[in-house]
Design a protein around this ligand. Structure first.
Ligand SMILES: [Zn+2]
Length: 213
């Protein structure tokens, strides 16, 4: 059952590897389908996944279909689905995100594209991978409608209405972190002020808005 969604998740596993967001088995992907969640399996090489490899779970974590063990980060995925309107989630250990997550508590808003992630991106407090504590810390970092968060000394998580959007948001966060790191090598980057961000938000909300450019 849920073969369409399982195919989507398996394909998304390959896409995040091809996008350079994930290497080997580092990272996981999930999609919500009604009151079920399809997630990549633990320890899986994401570029080799098939639909059969992806287990189907209830929102409280009971496996209802599939032979493989769900990803160790499944408690975080489920906690996010229970608390938000996310339709898909991508978790990565992409290099720029990990680098920033080891130094900062928030990603300074030096580019207005941060608004596409719901505001200034926070770094969730460190906790051991796969634990309910880490899930709680990530939820706290997503508060206020954020679509992404960094995870201290670990990686990043990005939400979307669907897998396309979650992958785009993961790529955007990796780009924002890369730009910040590059800028930092030149000097102290200027962060946008609240007023400047507010004006950009107003443009996003304007009737003529299509896509920020
Ligand atoms: Zn991880």
């Amino acid at each position: 059952m849920y073969w369409g969604a399982r195919t989507d998740v398996a394909r998304a596993g390959r896409r995040v590897v091809e996008a350079g967001l994930v290497g080997g088995a580092a990272g996981n992907v999930s999609e919500r389908s009604g009151d079920r969640v399809i997630v990549t399996p633990g320890g899986a090489r994401l570029h080799e996944l098939t639909d059969r490899d992806c287990p189907v779970l209830t929102l409280d974590g009971r496996v209802v279909d599939g032979q493989q063990t769900p990803s160790s980060e499944t408690p975080m995925h489920l906690a996010i689905y229970r608390a938000t309107d996310a339709g898909a989630i991508v978790h990565t250990h992409s290099a720029n995100c990990v680098a920033v997550s080891t130094v900062l508590d928030v990603l300074p808003p030096i580019h207005y594209y941060t608004l596409m992630l719901g505001g200034v991106v926070r770094v969730a407090e460190y906790a051991t991978y796969g634990t309910p504590e880490l899930a709680r810390n990530v939820l706290a970092a997503l508060e206020g409608g954020r679509r992404a968060a960094l995870m201290a000394n670990h990686g990043a998580v990005a939400l979307g209405r669907d897998l396309d959007e979650a992958i785009e948001n993961a790529q955007l966060l990796e780009w924002l972190c890369g730009v910040y790191i590059s800028a930092k090598t030149l000097g102290e980057p200027r962060a946008l002020t609240d007023a400047q961000l507010g004006e950009a938000v107003e443009r996003f909300a304007a009737p003529s808005y299509t896509h920020p450019s």
